[in-house]
Every structure is written in structure tokens, then in C-alpha cells.
Design a protein. Sequence first.
Length: 200
Amino acid sequence: MAHVELQSNAKGLIPRLARSYTRRRFGRMVEPMEAASHHSGVLVAMGGLETAAQLGWRRIDPSLRWLALQAASTAIGCSWCVDYGYYEGMHDGIEPAKVRAAAEWRQSDLFDQRERVVLEYAEQATRTPAEVSDELASRLHAHFSEAEIVELAAWVALENLRSRFNAGLGLRSQGFSELCAVPPTAEPALSEADRAPAVA
């Protein structure tokens, strides 16, 4: 249960702009925005950061970025972010098997070395205290430029902000992952010949 009242129709210009952005990004109202609507300054700061990230942080391959975000939100235990991340991964073209295996990546052989170092980095940078060893940093440098590493750190930090904000306010999954269920296969239509009873 949320620790603050969720406001879907908060008054003022900033909450209205936030509602518009939320509907464009998520396709519906979401509890993090409804919770943040109590404080326009928080909405402005978070909205500005999200917009800057979406428009200007494009050095990291989107599939690697997704892995980093999902690893960070899983490490924190934010059910809202893990749930939305699963949905986002399935709809953004991440290999479905990898989406399902991301939380147990160490036991999976689906991930290559670049993906594994990103997942490990996201987990280690999310720990409290953060523990990114020189050895792990060296492995990052084997795969990424300095600008890419800086962007990776920024994405992990942004996901920490999102996940800790949501978890700190008691926000829980809104069922995005349930929208990823594969619909049952329809029974094939029978031809007239198939419908006719067999003749002995």
C-alpha cells in the first residue's frame, strides 16, 4: 500500500504536464507520478532528468541499457520497476528468454561477456556501499569507451533513483508484465472435409 495518497487529478500546471508525459510514456496513469504530484519541485526535477536521459543518453546499446536497469531494480527489490522493466523488455525487442533470465543471469548461458559485465556492474554499483572493483572496471574498459562507461553509470544511478523513490513510498507492481502473456493459440478452423464424418 502506498505511503502517501495517490493523486490522479492534482491541480496546477506541473502536475498536468506530468500527467500528459506519463500517458505518452506508459499509456496510462502510473502510481510514481501520482505520488510525486504532491510536490511540483520533485516532478520538475525528475521530469527534467528523465527527459534529458531519454533524449541525450544514447551511447549504450538499448539492450545493454535495459539489462543494467533491470539488474539495478532487481537488486533494490522495487516490484514496480521490475514489473515495468519486464514489460518494456518484451515490447522493445529484447530476446524474451533473456528478459525471463535476467534476474538469474549468473546461472544462465544466454548472456555474452559484454552483457555479463554490464549486469555485474549494475549490481555492484547498486550495492550499499557501492563496490566496483578495479578488476571489474578493467573488464568494462575492455568492452566500452569512457563515454559509454559514464553513461552506463548514469543509467544505473537513474534506476536507483527511480527504484528507491518507488520502494520508499510503498509503490508496488501495477501489472505491466501481465500484459506480456502470450495469448492462447486459436484452434485451426476445420475444412468441410475435416468436418465430415469418417466413412467405415
